[in-house]
Write a protein that binds this ligand. Structure first.
Ligand code: TXE
Length: 499
């Protein structure tokens, strides 16, 4: 029997996992539905303040009195590699579970998200082996050492759009640098992270990895305002990021935030147009378009605009929309009905503000159950329309025509966000020039969506604070310590000799 069928027959119970075991189901029950057919596949029991407090206390105790903080690099590496192996051993189950929970096509969860989740642990295992400090010896007789110490108990709050992969990155980074953590996945998609914690918590000392589940304003808010956590790493919407920042300000705690985006994808006339078309389509519509780094604000230079836009619209209209578990599916369901409505609302508002609907803009008709919307493309007369400024978070691309390089750079930068920019050109010099002019944390030249963990990922402007990746993760998950050592007795003015 398929995993989906089993979950429909007997919905899974999801509770907090504290100190190595699931807690009894007690809190408010919340149905978790499969977005492809609206069947209940799990019931989440929400953690209240007391349960969050228990999880934080266990993590605190494990940090202060346990062996993880003081473990050798080799011990931590061994545990991280065991988690890596465990994810790969359970890859088929995790991929199917992720697709049932999120609606992301199985070809993507199996081909990318799950391997990626595993790779995070291997990457950070390798990183800590090479992650040293600094020593300064210039001052006569003084040795100044800079070392990086675990920051403490990390609150890790994940989103619903790539729950396993994005949360695994946070967990791997936090653990690698010697911290303990309390993870809170999105209440919309808690299944794979709960399964991950169940599978791997035995590979770690007790209390190092803890999980709480529930809605943001209840469980999430209790976690971020808890006085005994030391930092929060958050991926989600900008409004939520603002609320979390306010809560952390109270305790003078550090946040790391990966928030929204509205990334420009700039197609110059000198690009390889077939290649750029494929890249722009993938960059807009992968993960059902529900991606912070979607390059969904596409600018095309006038000389190639007509044919590019026509072909983009045709290909968008031909995408295979359907059940994420079917191999051929390219676009699965939106996460919920509200997200579908939101997409339709943007199509309407775009039309009212003067944009031309090229394709899509309606609910998908193939099924009367599930949250399916047609992949949508609109031609926008300028950058001021809401569809060009606000993060839609669905399979929805806007296209605009430009003439000059300076003009398109100004338009690309005319955004509250600054997460990623995409540039399509055969001119390397142009690629580098435009990259340095774009006010975004990452620029990809002639490629859609490459996530190289050796580089930091994060945003300028309202797209976030901090960077996730090797050095960025070390900055977020450690405190920097300076140790100043006198090598022998120093000459300094003695005080109080005349009293
Ligand atoms: O995210 P939220 P939502 C964007 C996207 C989407 C919008 C809203 O545009 O349409 O955000 O999505 C937890 N204290 N992105 O509402 O609310 C919440 O439980 C502590 C961009 O689903 O930001 C969940 O675990 N935690 C994006 C997590 O925050 C709180 C990914 C994200 O939820 C909380 C997702 C609170 N007060 C959405 N309120 C990206 N950058 O990839 C909520 N949460």
């Amino acid at each position: 029997m398929s995993l989906r069928r089993r979950l429909q027959d007997e919905p899974k119970t999801v509770t907090s996992h504290i100190g190595g075991r699931f807690v009894a189901a007690a809190g408010k029950p919340i149905d978790i539905v499969d977005p492809a057919n609206e069947a209940v596949v799990a019931v989440l029991h929400e953690a209240d303040d007391a349960e969050v407090d228990r999880a934080v206390s266990v993590a605190r105790n494990a940090f202060e009195n346990g062996q993880w903080r003081t473990a050798t690099t080799a011990q931590r590496q061994a545990a991280l590699m065991a988690i890596h192996d465990c994810i790969l051993e359970n890859a088929a189950e995790l991929a199917e579970l992720e697709s049932v929970d999120t609606g992301i096509p199985l070809s993507q969860t199996r081909g990318m998200h799950v391997p990626r989740a595993a790779y995070n642990f291997r990457f950070f295992a390798e990183t800590i082996n090479q992650s040293g400090g600094d020593v300064f010896t210039q001052e006569q007789g003084i040795l100044s050492m800079v070392t990086h110490e675990p920051i403490g108990v990390c609150g890790l709050i994940g989103p619903w759009n790539m729950p396993l992969g994005l949360t695994a990155m946070k967990i791997a980074g936090a653990l690698a640098f010697g911290n303990t953590c309390v993870v809170k996945p999105s209440e919309l998609t808690p299944l794979t992270v709960a399964r991950l914690v169940e599978l791997v918590s035995g590979l770690l000392p007790e209390g190092v990895l803890n999980l709480v589940n529930g809605r943001g304003h209840i469980t999430g808010a209790a976690l971020v305002s808890h006085p005994r956590i030391d930092m929060v790493s958050f991926t989600g919407g900008t409004e939520t990021g603002r609320a979390i920042l306010a809560a952390l300000a109270e305790g003078i705690k550090l946040p790391a935030m990966e928030l929204g985006g509205k990334s420009a994808s700039i197609v110059f006339a000198d690009a390889d147009i077939d290649y750029a078309l494929n890249g722009a389509l993938l960059g807009s519509f992968m993960n059902n378009g529900q991606m912070c780094l979607a390059g969904s604000r596409i600018f095309v230079q006038r000389a190639v605009a007509e044919q590019f836009i026509e072909r983009f619209a045709q290909r968008t209209g031909r995408m295979a929309v359907g059940d994420p578990l079917v191999e051929e599916t390219e676009i699965g369901p939106m996460i919920n009905g509200a997200q579908c409505e939101r997409m339709l609302h943007y199509a309407e508002s775009g039309a009212k503000q003067g944009a031309t609907l090229l394709t899509g803009g309606r609910l998908h008709q193939a099924s009367n159950r599930g949250f399916f919307a047609e992949p949508t493309a609109m031609l926008a007369p300028d950058n001021d329309l809401a569809i060009c400024r606000e993060e839609i978070f669905g399979p929805f691309a806007t296209l605009q025509i430009f003439d000059e390089e300076d003009e398109v750079i100004a338009k690309a930068n005319d955004s509250d966000f600054g997460l990623v920019g995409y540039v399509w050109t055969e001119g390397l010099e142009r690629g580098l020039r435009v990259s340095s002019a774009l006010r975004t944390g990452t620029v990809m030249v002639n490629t859609p969506i490459v996530r190289d963990l050796r580089t930091g990922f994060g945003g300028y402007k309202m797209s976030g604070l901090g960077r996730e990746g090797a050095k960025g993760s070390r900055a977020m998950f450690t405190e920097e310590k300076a140790t100043i050592i006198a090598r022998g007795k120093r000459q300094f003015p003695h005080m109080g000799l005349n009293g």
